[in-house]
Design a protein around this ligand. Structure first.
Ligand code: PXG
Length: 302
């Protein structure tokens, strides 16, 4: 596109260079805000309802009252994709506490700031083999459920960022974070699955991981294709000794893990379960019933 991308901000559209937030916005000053990363595939927003529901749960948990109904928020997402004439896109929906003063008091922030960015993004899913990444187990722990729990998709990503930096300096692609007890929690921006002896496991949400929308869909997909899938506590030992490990998330989609902290898994390539789920997930994202159409006259969006 020759013209600048159009960004939704509080009900209006602005060119990218003009879409700015105040330096007094508490999203910037304190990470006081929430967001969603959403994907559109072939002109349809994948699991829009689930993303909007999660956003409203995040908002409720931080006592942020959203200025739009769920339906209006869904429409704003669709309109942003439409205005940018996109079919395959990555959408970032952000709500901050809004502009306040230099203190943390959220009561002084009168109106939340809502903005939505939609950028073109092609899927890595398809007929080819899944991508394979190297990960490390990070020394940075996920915050516990009674701290900055990752159940809230908040603007505080410092532990993921530090873990990612640790991975990069160790020559790895990404990091796996443990929870405060030492159990496996999730990747820096993905949920994690392991397979051993044909059985698939994923850390349960009890220790405060993000309730990933891709994770949910992959759990269901495992059952649909007859794989034994359990949500439970997973130890670092199980991670190192798994036959297969893979990471899932809206942006990363589904990627295989070839090694953990220098320990090779299987042959170091994507294993059969990972490949099977990758192939099936590639079809799922394109199914009309999994998404909300952007361009057809919508009957009901969210
Ligand atoms: N865990 C964490 C900590 C995440 O940030 C996921 C799991 C996957 O959740 P979904 O609902 O997308 O299946 C995320 C995803 C990125 C990026 O650049 C991704 C996320 C946040 C920021 C950046 O890939 N969230």
């Amino acid at each position: 596109m020759d013209r600048e991308p159009l960004i939704y901000m509080d009900g209006k559209f602005f060119e990218k260079s003009k879409a700015v937030v105040s330096v007094f916005d508490h999203g910037l000053l304190y990470g006081d805000g929430i967001f969603e990363g959403i994907r559109a595939y072939n002109g349809s927003v994948f699991r829009l309802r689930e993303h909007i529901d999660r956003l409203y749960d995040s908002a409720k948990s931080i006592r942020l009252s959203l200025p739009l109904t769920k339906h209006e928020m869904g429409e704003a997402v669709l309109e942003t994709v439409r205005r940018n004439e996109l079919k395959d896109a990555y959408i970032r929906l952000v709500v901050t506490r809004g502009s306040g003063d230099l203190g943390i008091n959220p009561a002084l922030c009168k109106n939340p700031t809502v903005f939505i960015i939609a950028e073109p993004m092609a899927s890595i899913l398809g007929p080819r083999e899944p991508m394979v990444v190297k990960v490390i187990v990070s020394s940075i722990r996920r915050d516990s459920v009674d701290a900055t729990s990752h159940e809230v998709k908040s603007l505080n990503y410092m532990n993921s960022i530090l873990a990612k930096m640790e991975a990069t300096s160790a020559g790895a692609d990404d990091a796996i974070l443990l929870d405060h007890r030492g159990f496996v929690s999730e990747g820096s921006v993905t949920n994690i699955f392991i397979a051993k002896g044909g059985k698939v496991s994923t850390p349960s949400t009890a220790a405060g991981i993000l309730h990933g929308i891709t994770r949910d869909r992959i759990i269901k997909l495992c059952s649909d294709v007859g794989l034994d899938i359990t949500e439970r506590e997973v130890t670092p030992f199980e991670l190192l000794t798994a036959d297969e490990v893979f990471l899932v998330g809206t942006k990363s989609e589904l990627v295989a893990v070839g090694s953990v902290s220098g320990v090779r898994l299987g042959t170091g390539a994507a294993g059969p379960i990972t490949k099977k789920l990758y192939g099936e997930f590639s079809k799922v994202v394109l199914r009309p019933e999994e998404g909300t159409p952007v361009y057809e006259a919508a009957t009901e969006s969210v």
